[in-house]
Write a protein of this length. Structure first.
Length: 271
């Protein structure tokens, strides 16, 4: 039986460690590279649709980075000229993000919101063109409810980009490691692994939620489809560049997509 998460996770106590462990690693580089390719497709789609609606070509998009942490991806979007509202439950994460954004000379493109993502509607004047909701659901007590509320903040024709810790990937990892007793117990979160997400999210629940909210799914991508399953990174004849290239090759095809440790799905709100 799956165990439920009792409360949302706030990273005030682990902000610095989280930043170094998640973003300053091979895992983080694979994640950033693979997902950014999808973001480029999203921005292209939004620009094409804006052109069809007669919107000015150079008019920036409004972006909500919900639970955005250090805003690694949204900074790349802001650097293209778009306006970002960065929301996070952790004041420490927001402070670190603001320092990084300032260092990258992007402060004029950002608005900082200290709030749970579930309450973001209180801080927005109108729906946005693009919502980023990356690696947040697995830390929430009611992840699908949070996703549903964020879907409401997307303009008709706008896009939501969701990345979540894949339940099937978590199950497969425990299977190949022989952790059958842990699986039988419902794979409860082990407190000693503080940076491991509190739960895996079942992909079908996410896809169904998006479709019921009136979205058309445009694409799905597995994030780290094999890297995390490699038993010994010191064995074999390969370089990190080869791993990254192979991840990019396999990440959008089955069965590898559905085995990703994370899954990135993006969907457009029907007009």
């Amino acid at each position: 039986m799956k165990k439920t998460v009792k409360q949302d996770r706030n990273f005030d106590d682990l902000a610095h460690k989280f930043a170094a462990s998640i973003y300053g690693t091979a895992k983080g580089e694979i994640r950033q590279t693979v997902v950014w390719h999808d973001i480029e497709q999203i921005l292209f789609r939004l620009a094409a649709d804006a052109d069809l609606r007669g919107k000015q070509e150079d008019q920036p998009f409004s972006v909500l980075d919900a639970g955005g942490g250090l805003a690694q991806l949204s900074q790349k979007i802001a650097a293209l000229g778009h306006n970002v509202s960065l929301c996070d439950l952790s004041s420490e994460m927001l402070s670190l993000a603001e320092q990084d954004i300032s260092a990258n000379q992007l402060l004029d493109k950002y608005r900082f919101i200290h709030s749970p993502v579930q309450n973001i509607a209180e801080h927005l004047n109108e729906p946005v063109d693009l919502v980023l909701f990356h690696a947040v659901m697995e830390w929430l007590a009611e992840p699908i409810s949070a996703l549903t509320s964020l879907c409401e903040q997307v303009k008709p024709g706008g896009i939501i980009s969701v990345m979540f810790y894949n339940y099937n990937g978590l199950l497969f990892k425990n299977l190949i490691c022989g952790n059958l007793k842990h699986i039988e117990q419902g794979m409860p979160h082990r407190k000693r692994f503080k940076l491991q997400p509190q739960q895996g999210i079942e992909p079908d629940l996410v896809y169904r939620c998006l479709e019921q909210a009136g979205f058309e799914i445009l694409g799905k991508t597995g994030v780290r489809t094999f890297h995390d399953y490699m038993q010994n990174h010191d064995m074999g004849d390969f370089s990190f560049e080869q791993i990254l290239a192979m991840e990019q090759k396999l990440c959008r095809q089955e069965p590898f997509l559905s085995l990703g440790r994370y899954i990135h799905v993006y969907a457009q709100k029907k007009a």
